[in-house]
Design a protein around this ligand. Structure first.
Ligand code: IPD
Length: 268
């Protein structure tokens, strides 16, 4: 397998798809948004974008399967698997807010081989593969050196299924608010993980996340010097729901905070 060739093709595909998302946004029809579950939305743009991505990725590597947010392809069995979020930050997109992005990763069993995230608003292409460093628009990126939690800029993700996560989220905010450099809730997990890789944030926490939200970010963050684990500290977290990403330097301190609140989670 020529990983560099595949990476280049996926970079082109992510950028093209991002341009399509931006163009569609200009005439976006909000009446065509569907609810997958309470407060969890999908639009015709997500679906069209996924169809296009899946067709092209299938041409590139016919033997690979798919784990894609809007349901294309089958999950298990294949040695290689594309993990795709055709539009991460759907709610931001629907409301004409940023960020929103395209996220594509190639996985070989439990190893991510390559990851590409294209954030449409700032036209930022993040990528890495297992043999490369991490890049943003052609420049190498690194996580920040910040190791003090009190100075750290922390991103939170709130799962749409509020009743299971409310106590956890409120407890966490109560602990962190006033004791970190800043808290943000930006609404596009894949882009936010890349922001840690680029040194903008120190960490991101979410208690219920999909594999398509984290797969590309996982390798980009790793190759930029960062770390992703479950709330139990286990780096084997690609199938986990509770996922914590950081610059690596605040990981242990924030993990202690998470573990204090973990018992408040009502997971399915
Ligand atoms: C969502 C976003 C959001 C995160 C949710 C995801 P989607 O993805 O990444 O930031 O908090 O858990 O589901 O639905 O916009 O692709």
């Amino acid at each position: 397998m020529d990983l560099d060739f595949l990476t280049e093709e996926v970079k082109k595909l992510a950028r093209q798809t991002g341009e399509f998302l931006k163009k569609e946004r200009l005439s976006f029809d909000r009446s065509r948004v569907e609810q997958k579950a309470a407060h969890d939305y999908v639009s015709y743009v997500d679906k069209t974008s996924e169809k296009h991505i899946v067709e092209r990725l299938h041409e590139l590597l016919p033997e690979a399967g798919f784990i894609a947010e809007e349901g294309s392809g089958s999950l298990e069995e294949q040695e290689y698997c594309w993990v795709v979020d055709p539009l991460d930050g759907t709610s931001n997109y629907i409301h004409d807010c940023m960020p929103y992005c395209v996220s594509i990763a190639l996985r070989n069993r439990e190893e991510i081989l390559l990851g590409v995230v294209y954030e449409c608003g700032r036209e930022e292409l993040f990528w890495a593969n297992k043999d490369s460093r991490a890049y943003l628009n052609g420049k190498e990126i690194y996580v920040s050196d910040q190791s003090v939690l009190d100075q750290s800029f922390i991103e939170l993700g709130f799962p749409y299924k509020a009743e299971n996560y409310r106590s956890f989220a409120l407890g966490l905010i109560q602990d962190l608010y006033g004791h970190v450099g800043g808290l943000r809730l930006m609404g596009a997990a894949a882009a936010e993980i890349c922001y840690i890789a680029a040194g903008r944030f120190e960490a991101r926490v979410e208690a219920f996340i999909g594999p398509w939200d984290i797969a590309a970010g996982y390798i980009i963050l790793k190759q930029a010097g960062g770390k992703m684990t479950g709330f139990d500290g286990n780096p084997d977290c690609l199938g986990a729901k509770e996922v914590f990403a950081s610059n690596g330097k605040v990981h242990e301190d924030l993990l202690k905070v998470l573990q204090r609140h973990k018992k408040l989670l009502k997971n399915e």
